[in-house]
Design a protein around this ligand. Structure first.
Ligand code: FAD
Length: 292
């Protein structure tokens, strides 16, 4: 099923993100965790590609398994910047053959050693190159794109970032998913600006439940997200107590989702990061709103 047909207009729905294992050794444990999350019957699940500690090798295996066992629609992430056109085309064919209808078309991060490399002969320079290729060769895919309420770290300013985002959407993105953020006002401000710029596709906000203090530094480094004082106080108070920190992080994420829903946003993506207990607790906290 295509994500664009799943996105609900009037009732809250949650989707969950998982990442594939780093090596074959952890394949079974990751597979079990993703199955547990699938049993919660989210609107869809996304599987990252070479991010969050996993490799790109097992993304499709994990996505296929969830879809086959539980019928949960899956969104397969695909990055292009470090790949050749042949590799990407082969991967697209494999995704299609597996019956997966949704691709999150991403550039991916530029590897540190290539930051200053001459990029003129790279097959893909930006996510838009992958979106255009998908539209041309496989127009039936439902295509997602990434967006950044707090600006992509490489962008000079928000105006440039939104201009590039508009070009990417016009190239063929059916929906957008946001980078994590911890202050909903940043999202509301971003939505206002992108709508003003003529971007009309659905935007699915991405919420990351921070469940341990170590995750905080990592999340900020990865996303450049602003940490509101309310969140910092919570980490100061509970950071040294893992159980309390987890409870507080889940409550904070739940609160963010309730505020989003109260402000008219019905589809929220949770960066559940292979943690079925966290996904389940958030879902339980919202059970009446979700009708589950
Ligand atoms: P782009 O859309 O190409 O944008 C990257 C930068 O280039 C921006 O600054 C943009 O303004 C600029 N830009 C875009 N087009 C042009 C142009 N034509 N000319 C000049 N500048 C341009 N990473 C992974 O490795 N695996 C994953 O599974 C993964 N999943 C993600 C999911 C989400 C929802 C998000 C938000 C990010 C994810 N990432 C993932 C991280 C992502 O790969 C990085 O943030 C990456 O640096 C940018 O990818 P992008 O697709 O947003 O790139």
């Amino acid at each position: 099923m295509k994500i664009i047909d799943i996105i609900t207009q009037n009732k809250l729905s949650l989707s969950f993100e998982v990442f594939p294992p780093k090596s074959e050794t952890s394949f079974e444990s990751v597979k079990a965790a993703t199955e547990e999350i699938a049993r919660l019957r989210p609107a869809f699940m996304s599987v990252t590609y070479g991010a969050g500690g996993g490799t790109s090798e097992y993304t499709l295996d994990i996505a296929k398994n969830i879809k086959k066992l539980y019928g949960v629609p899956t969104l397969e992430h695909l990055t292009c910047v470090s790949s050749t056109r042949d590799t990407v085309r082969k991967k697209i064919e494999e995704i299609k053959a597996a019956g997966i209808e949704n691709i999150m078309a991403l550039r991916g991060d530029i590897p540190a050693e290539l930051q200053n490399a001459d990029r003129s002969d790279w097959d893909y320079k930006h996510a838009i190159d992958l979106v255009l290729e998908l539209k041309e060769t496989n127009p039936d895919f439902c295509i997602g794109g990434a967006c950044y309420p707090e600006i992509h770290p490489e962008s000079a300013n928000q105006k440039d970032d939104i201009k590039r985002l508009k070009e990417k959407v016009d190239a063929g993105c059916d929906f957008l998913t946001t980078q994590m953020f911890f202050d909903n006002n940043l999202l509301y401000n971003f939505l206002y600006k992108i709508r003003e710029a003529g971007i009309t596709v659905p935007v699915i906000p991405g919420i990351m439940p921070i469940t341990n203090a170590n995750q905080v530094a990592r999340a900020i480094k990865l996303s450049g997200s602003f940490m509101p004082q309310r969140f910092k106080s919570l980490v100061d108070k509970f950071g040294a107590d893992p159980a309390a920190m987890k409870q507080a992080g889940i409550a904070y994420a739940t609160d963010q989702i309730i505020d989003l829903y109260a402000n008219g946003i019905t589809n929220v993506h949770v960066y559940s990061m292979n943690k079925p207990d966290v996904a389940a607790k958030i879902q339980n906290n919202l059970s009446d709103m979700l009708g589950k």
